[in-house]
Design a protein around this ligand. Structure first.
Ligand code: CTP
Ligand code: MG
Length: 186
């Protein structure tokens, strides 16, 4: 990560903090989602939906704006957390946008793959469901976020994301299910 060595727990918290706009973009999409689907109800050439009714414009736009808001709050109200260890780089809103939009793009890519495999909306796909949005967020920030990602990503922080993401994902989804914003607890 940085020149300053962080205790392992600190590094876990900072890593999760840096990815929070991506994690929450997905959660916010499930809260605000609904309405017209992105694929407009159309099918792929296999006769199945391109993405399905679970990928909507409201979810995509709301989740992206929500991720931007999360980043904004982290940078302003949350600036005191992990200060000295967290930097959003020279274009923080670009990073928030790439994290949130990348997360939702990864989630859409996963739905596309699930539909091609013949899985209906909401069907379980353990690996895809958990890692789709992290992969999307990392990919978009790697491609368009300049140096930001390389300032904190290394094999150890990737390892942290691999371990922490399923735990966070599962907890948030169970919570979402109990609150009634998600139809299934995964
Ligand atoms: N959602 C949305 N638009 C998005 C992403 C999510 O409206 N771009 C909402 C939908 O209401 C969706 C819910 O968030 O049902 C949960 O998202 P997710 O688990 O990704 O969708 P699923 O319904 O499980 O569909 P899929 O099988 O395609 O993943
Ligand atoms: Mg799902």
């Amino acid at each position: 990560m940085t020149e300053v060595a962080l205790a392992p727990l600190g590094l876990v918290l900072v890593t999760v903090w840096l990815m929070l706009p991506a994690y929450l973009a997905n959660t916010i999409a499930s809260i605000v989602g609904g309405g017209p689907p992105i694929d407009d109800g159309r099918n792929w050439n296999d006769g199945r939906r391109i993405l399905g009714d679970g990928k909507t414009w409201r979810g995509l736009i709301g989740g992206t704006l929500g991720g931007l808001l999360v980043g904004h709050l982290q940078m302003t109200a949350g600036a005191g957390f992990f200060s000295g260890y967290v930097s959003w780089g020279s274009s923080p809103y670009l990073i928030f946008f790439l994290l949130a939009c990348g997360a939702l793009a990864g989630d859409m890519a996963a739905s596309f793959i699930k539909r091609r495999r013949g899985q209906e909306r909401g069907a379980k796909s353990p690996l895809l469901d958990v890692y789709d949005f992290i992969i999307g967020a990392l990919l978009l920030t790697a491609l368009f976020g300049g140096e930001w990602l390389w300032y904190w990503v290394d094999p150890f922080t990737i390892f942290i994301l691999i371990i922490a993401t399923p735990i966070l994902h599962r907890s948030v989804n169970i919570l979402g299910y109990k609150l009634g914003v998600k139809q299934v607890p995964w």
